[in-house]
Design a protein around this ligand. Sequence first.
Ligand SMILES: *Cc1c(COP(=O)(O)O)cnc(C)c1O
Length: 412
Amino acid sequence: MRHQTQAKTFEVEKIRKDFPILNRKVNGYPLVYFDNAATSQTPQQVIDVIVDYYSNYNANIHRGVHSLSQEATDKYEQARIKLQKHFNAEKPYEIIFTSGTTHGINLVASGFSEFLKEGDEILVSAMEHHSNIVPWQMLCERTGAILKVIPINLKGELIYSEYEKLINENTKLVFVNHVSNALGSVNPIKEIIEKAHANNAAVLIDGAQAAPHIKADVQALDVDFYVASAHKMCGPTGVGILYGKEAWLEKLPPYQGGGEMIATVSFEKTTYAGLPHKFEAGTPNICGGIAFGAAIDYMNQIGFDEIAAYEHELLEYATGKLKEIEGMKIYGEAEEKTAVISFNIEGLHPYDIGTLLDKMGIAVRTGHHCAQPVMDFFKIPGTVRASFSFYNSHDEIDSFIEAVKKAKMMLQ
Ligand SMILES: *Cc1c(COP(=O)(O)O)cnc(C)c1O
C-alpha cells in the first residue's frame, strides 16, 4: 500500500482543512470535486486576502496620492513580483495582468496582425482548447496567413516528427498548450520552442492547464509568451497573466485604449505608457491580482514537486481502478500526463454518467471540454472527465469508482 504512506507524508487531510468548500454536501452526499481542470477550489488563505482587500484597503491603484490607493498599488505590484519570481521572468514588467488565459492569447493574436503577411504560416496543435484556435483563425482572416495543424497520435500525444515536417521559413508563430485540458498530455515544449527559434518563429505557450501542476521557468524555456489563469491554480476567476519577453512586448502594439495605458493624451496624438501599463488599460482586477499572488504563495508553500508527485499517485490509482470496469475506454494515455482522466463506457452517453455522478455528490465534466477537434479525432461526441488536484484524496477516488459502477448498472 505504497500510496498510503506517501499520502501521509503529503498530509492531504491537513491541506483539505484549508478548503471550506470541501465540507459541503451535494445532493445529500459529501462533495467530491473532480472538475479541477475547469476551475480549482480556493483555500481560506486566499479567501482571507480577498476579504482583507475589500474590508481594509479597497481603492483604485496608480492614481491616488492617498494612503489607501498607495497600499492597494503596493500590494498589486508585490503580487506582480510574486508572479515574476514564480515563473522566473527576468523583469517584473514582463508580467502583464490579464483577465485570464483567453485574454492573454487574444492580446498577442491581435497584436501579431502587424507582423504577418499573406502566405505566412501559424502552427497550432490538434489538441488545443477553443480559446487557442479561434483567435488564430481570426488572425489568419485578417492577414491572409495560413493556419496549419500539428497532428496527435492515438495516445493523445503531439507527433513531434510531423511538427518538424510542418515548420519552415514561412512559419512565423507556433502555438501549443503546455498541457492539454481534454487529455492531460504534457507537450515537449522545450524542444518545440528550440525548433521554432531555429526557424525564426515566435512561440506562445498556453499554460492554463500546466500552471497548477508544473512550475514553468520562462527563461530556461526561452519562451516568447506564456499565459495562465489564476482560477485554475487556487486563485479567483477573472485574472491571469501574460508573460512576454521584453523585446516582444515593446514591439507589440497596445490591445485596448483607455486609462492607465497612456503617457500623454491630446486629440492630435497619444503616446503610450511603458510596460506593463501599455497593456493594462482601465481599472484592473486589483483584488484578483493580489489574491493571485496569495494563491501562488499558498501553492509554493506546499511545493510544486510535492503536488506533482502526489497528483501522479492519484492519477495512477484512479486509472488502475477505472480500467477494472468492463467497457471502460480511457482517452489520452500519453507517457507524460497530468491528473486528468477522460473516459467513456461502451454503450453509455457521457452526459448520463455525469448526471448520475452528480446525484451522488461527484462533480466531473462531461462534453467536448472546449476541444472539439480532439473529440473529432477520436470520433466521439465527448467524454466524462475527472481531473484531480492536490487536495483530493484516495478515499474520494474510491467513492468515485463506486459511483461510476453504480451509474453503469443503472444505465445498462
Ligand atoms: C481553461 C483553459 C483555457 C481558458 O482559460 P480561461 O481562464 O477560461 O481564459 C485555455 N487553455 C487551456 C488549456 C485551458 O485549460
